[in-house]
Design a protein around this ligand. Structure first.
Ligand code: NAD
Length: 468
């Protein structure tokens, strides 16, 4: 299979190449073409040319295109899911779930509208808010959910009349390029353009005078650079950044169910989820029992190539992340007690054994920093006010969870956590109709829901009065 970028309606190759590695084998999965600065310019110019006509179309016309994109992905869902597992590493079932989620996002946004809103109308005067598109949007995505996180940006951007230049992460460009083939069949030339880089071209997009908005998902460190670059021309930005989500287990939950929820929430996608459970807080009275059960689950987990049947945890996505996690494991071994895992698997590919760390202090790296891997530090607490303060003592504020039988008590505790989303007795209940945004250094602006749609528009107030 050969891959090409989508520029101005054409599938194009270049003489520069990027090797994409299968993280389950460490072998090269595919070579794909890569852009240079001149190709990025062509992509931005094509998106700018396509904008006037696309933005003049009606919501209904653009919505029909979103539905067509969804239908064509659905027809090729198996191909998308397999390629996603091969380039990203996640188990095939989870890849299929991500593709289904992407289709759902396209179809859900296709139903949304932003009609003019009358803010005031009295006698002979009225104030009406209209919302129009911004222009060319740069959509920059990370490697943990390359398809889903792209759709969270592309669907609202296209529906509201913007055109796009898309840049996937260098280690997971293939599913985005496959999606480019779908776009080429459905959309007018230039409405969506896709460029691949080796981590060096994002800055051109974020500082480009013809880009009106940057929709970015990635690390907080890169998000700060995006924000700084966008400042020059006061671009709109949405930043979906890192997280270090705490989970609070209350003392009325039974041990086995608490451990199961914590384990699943920490280990899905090999822990590479912005809203994964990254620190677990358990009452002292339950601490030994929950730790023991977590260790049992970790030792029993099936870790293997995501293409194999029954696999729970695949490899981590890339060599840099693999090296970073081994560093975290060394630090965790020094500052805590590892009761399961704690090492890379002795086989090709980037496999980390699911790891549980106990007896670790609040200031250990594995607790304070976002590890983004299948490692869960477990901490004990004695007092609710104290544990809320410990969870909130972070520069991040993406999400969090509270687990408790007494729902009123759990909800009251959840409302005191400084994060954009707090789930009670559930995890990852993300939906295209519910706004998602990070607090503190976890983000700026938001995605999904009507609020997420508005992020791709400029509000214009028309304030009129009759001359009579
Ligand atoms: P990253 O910041 O390294 O890269 C993200 C994207 O930015 C990639 O496409 C990369 O090529 C590009 N990029 C790199 N330098 C750039 C620059 N100077 N200007 C513009 N773009 C640049 O992030 P990652 O390692 O790919 O992803 C993991 C991170 O993403 C984690 O921190 C995770 O928590 C976060 N994340 C957040 C959310 C959310 O919704 N809040 C969702 C998923 C992942």
């Amino acid at each position: 299979m050969s891959y090409q970028m989508l520029i101005d309606g054409n599938m194009v190759s270049t003489e520069f190449w990027l090797d994409v590695v299968n993280p389950a084998t460490g072998e090269i999965l595919a070579r794909c073409p890569r852009a240079d600065a001149a190709i990025v310019e062509q992509a931005v110019a094509a998106a700018s040319r396509a904008y006037p006509e696309w933005s003049r179309r009606s919501y209904d016309e653009r919505s029909a295109k979103l539905r067509q994109l969804a239908d064509l992905i659905e027809e090729r869902a198996d191909q998308f899911a397999r390629l996603l597992t091969e380039e990203q590493g996640k188990p095939l079932e989870q890849a299929a779930f991500e593709i289904a989620g992407a289709i759902y996002v396209l179809r859900t946004f296709a139903e949304m509208r932003l009609p003019p809103e009358t803010l005031r109308a009295d006698g002979n005067s009225q104030v009406v808010e209209y919302r129009g598109p911004l222009g060319v949007v740069a959509a920059i995505t990370p490697w943990n959910f390359p398809v889903l996180l792209l759709m969270n940006k592309l669907a609202p951007a296209l529906l509201t009349g913007n055109t796009l230049v898309v840049k996937p992460a260098p280690t997971t460009p293939l599913t985005t390029l496959l999606f480019g083939e779908v776009c080429a069949d459905v959309l007018p030339a230039g409405v969506v353009n896709i460029v691949v880089d080796a981590n060096e071209l994002g800055g051109i997009l974020t500082s480009h005078p013809s880009i009106a908005k940057v929709a970015f998902t990635g690390s907080t460190a890169t998000g700060k650079k995006v924000m700084a670059a966008a400042a020059e021309s006061v671009k709109r930005v949405t930043l979906e950044l890192g997280g270090n989500d705490g989970a609070i287990v209350l003392d009325d939950v039974d041990t086995a169910s608490a451990a199961k929820h914590l384990f699943d929430g920490a280990m899905l996608n090999a822990g590479q989820i912005c809203v994964a459970i990254k620190r677990a807080y358990v009452p002292s009275s339950m601490y030994d029992a929950v730790c023991e059960e977590l260790a049992r689950l970790a030792n029993a987990a099936v870790v293997d190539n995501g293409m194999h049947q029954g696999v729970q945890i695949g490899p981590v996505q890339n060599a840099a992340q693999f090296a970073k996690l081994k560093d975290f494991l060394a630090d965790a071994a020094e500052h805590g007690t590892i009761i399961a895992g704690g090492h890379a698997l002795d086989r090709p590919g980037y496999f980390i054994a699911p790891t549980i760390v106990r007896d670790v202090s609040d200031d250990a790296r594995i607790v304070r920093e976002e590890q983004f891997g299948p490692i869960l530090p477990v901490l004990a607490y004695d007092d609710i006010d104290e544990v809320i303060a410990r969870v909130n003592d972070s520069d991040y504020g993406l999400a969090g969870t509270v687990w408790g039988k007494d729902l009123d008590r759990a909800n009251a505790i959840a409302s005191r956590i400084e994060a954009g989303t707090i789930w009670v007795n559930q995890h990852l209940a993300i939906d295209a109709t519910i706004p998602f945004r990070g607090a503190k250094q976890s983000g700026l602006g938001g995605e999904l829901g009507i609020e997420g749609l508005k992020e791709y528009t400029q509000a214009r107030i028309v304030n009129s009065v009759s001359l009579d």
